[in-house]
Design a protein around this ligand. Structure first.
Ligand code: 16G
Ligand code: ZN
Length: 537
């Protein structure tokens, strides 16, 4: 009998669950952790192929299920510059994940190798990390089996936040180039972030502490680590109170806390005892999403979500560029999705006078659109986002000779922000520091931030339908083109409400359809959402 292909032989330990179809979606593969061993093994093989295809550049593999419950897990690939995996390779990931047997897998692997013209002799390099889930170490062993059988050189970064792995991946691939991104270690991340934070703070003072709910995830220990590199409150630095950082009991991850809990329930974590006007923030389970919130003096709760962070960042960076004398040379733009509150979009276009682009949901779409601006600010309403500076903008900011002390000061802050902001992907830790810097510079509390505009009342619903795949959208998910006739009915309903807006899209992560509606009053937004839901059912 011919000896078995090594890929197939190693795969025998990680058999694909029969009758399961996997799909590399907006956030990679994500599901109940017990189903994932074969998927992770196969993703490891794909990481090796991707690295060889890109001439041995380093590819990242992150094992996390973000804000999902503790029994879930997931895996996604990070491309060399720290971006999400290129879309055409998502299909290859899906192909490998669904190969029906060990033998079929090794054949699919060989076929990809030849179809993509991948040279086996090129050294493959991979880095990986995981969040704090109990299933993480087991899935890492499946990944290691793949990296070993594919003769891949690898580094295990153990526990990291997702954005830290994106940072390290980019650092490794830019060492010795003019675009060097930083020291490719966890410590390097803290050092770079802390130095930039100090420079961007300048002489400004923080108005009281910020309390950060870490979702009982990996963000907790990593934020505590970062704090060690920051000036302490007694040295005039920011006081950061870390809460919900229990990673010893994995079942507490994302449970009754975290950014997703706060956004979905529109209330603080039950454990929160924040005083009126105190700044509070929540991270999600892998620390790539950030939500701010506060109670005002009447104890009403106010959420400062991704739209608010985007508008705050666009306002501040736009002003800095102008004050530095670069207003004509650097154009700031904002990228949102259909979920952005209509009031935030009007505020950006009418008050800030900045361009806004709308893209489909999913970080890769927003990120891509943001790179078309000199400075692109992008955030999803759920708190995932960052700011990206084009090479040209970085060059202009780096070279500009200020014409006055005021210009010099704005320029210093702007330069510090380009280093503080994690430009690879949304990063809750660096976004947190960014918000704190802006509030300190403006001498604003959460209330002043909140007063910049008034959100339109809105409602988000989730509807289970027989087949969500029949719901096809166009115009950045704002319109349905199928099923036929449904959009016309939605338009007719929307027309009956003041400031009405509504759209329907199939979820990319759950077997359901989402309905969003906003209108001039809460009652009307609820009513519109209910009527649109009836059309969809
Ligand atoms: C994924 C996306 C997130 C998006 C969400 C929408 C990434 C890394 N994550 O979690 O950005 O908001 O999907 O979920 O792109 P939905 O399709 O179920 O509404
Ligand atoms: Zn996340």
């Amino acid at each position: 009998m011919a000896s078995q292909h090594p890929i197939a032989a190693a795969s025998a330990k990680y058999p694909k669950p029969a009758e399961r179809t996997f799909q590399y979606g907006t956030a990679g593969f994500r599901m109940k952790a017990f189903l994932l061993d074969s998927v992770v093994y196969r993703v490891g093989l794909l990481a090796a192929l991707r690295s060889r295809k890109l001439n041995g550049q380093v590819i990242g593999v992150m094992i996390t299920a973000s804000h999902n419950p503790p029994e879930d897990n997931g895996v996604k690939l990070v491309d060399p510059m720290g971006e999400m995996l290129e879309a055409s390779w998502e299909t290859h990931a899906t192909t490998l994940a669904n190969a029906s047997s060990d033998q079929a897998l090794s054949e699919a692997y060989d076929k990809l190798t030849s179809d993509l013209n991948i040279k086996r002799e090129i050294k493959a390099r991979v880095v990986f990390a995981r969040d704090t889930r109990a299933s993480g170490p087991r899935l890492v062993s499946a990944l290691l089996a793949a990296l070993e059988v594919s003769a891949t050189e690898y580094t295990d970064f153990k526990l990291l936040t997702t954005p830290q792995l994106h940072y390290i991946t980019r650092c490794l691939n830019t060492v010795g180039t003019p675009y060097e991104y930083g020291e490719p270690t966890e410590q390097g991340y803290y050092k770079k972030t802390a130095a930039a934070f100090k420079a961007a703070t300048g002489t400004k003072k923080f108005n009281g502490p910020v309390t950060v709910d870490c979702a009982n995830g990996v963000g907790g220990p990593k934020l505590r680590e970062l704090i060690k590199y920051l000036p302490s409150a007694s040295e005039g630095g920011l006081e950061i109170k870390v809460v919900n950082d229990n990673v010893v009991e994995p079942e507490r991850l994302n449970h009754q806390c975290g950014a997703d809990f706060v956004k979905t329930n529109q209330r603080p974590p039950p454990s929160s005892h924040a005083a009126p006007l105190a700044r509070c923030a929540s991270l999600d389970g892998d620390a790539d999403r950030l939500m701010y919130y506060f109670n005002d003096s009447d104890s009403s709760f106010h959420l400062l979500d991704g739209d608010r962070i985007a508008t705050l960042a666009a306002l501040f960076i736009g002003d800095l560029a102008r004050n530095a004398g670069l207003g004509e040379k650097i154009k700031v733009g904002v990228v949102q999705t259909a979920y952005a509150n209509g009031a935030s979009t009007s505020y950006i276009t009418q008050d800030l006078k900045l361009p806004v682009v709308c893209t489909p949901t999913g970080v890769k779409h927003l990120h891509h659109a943001a790179t078309r601006f000199d400075v692109g600010v992008y955030f999803e309403a759920n708190g995932h986002g960052t700011v990206v500076f084009s090479d040209l903008a970085l060059k202009r900011i780096g070279k500009y000779e200020p014409q006055s002390p005021a210009q010099a000061s704005a320029l210093d802050t702007l330069r510090a922000l380009t280093a503080l902001i994690n430009q690879t992907v949304g990063d809750a830790l660096s976004d947190l520091l960014l918000v704190e810097i802006i509030l300190a510079h403006k001498a604003w509390g959460p209330q002043e931030w909140h007063l910049t505009y008034t959100d339109l009342p809105n409602r988000l619903g989730r509807i289970e339908v027989a087949d969500r795949n029949i719901f096809k959208t166009t115009d950045a998910e704002r319109k349905l083109e199928s099923p036929p006739g449904v959009q016309a009915q939605i338009d007719a309903l929307v027309g009956k409400y003041k400031n009405g807006r509504s759209f329907v899209r199939a979820s990319g992560t759950e077997d359901a359809v989402r309905v969003y509606a906003e209108a001039a009053t809460k009652g009307e937004a609820d009513d519109l959402a209910a009527k649109v839901a009836d059309v969809v059912r």
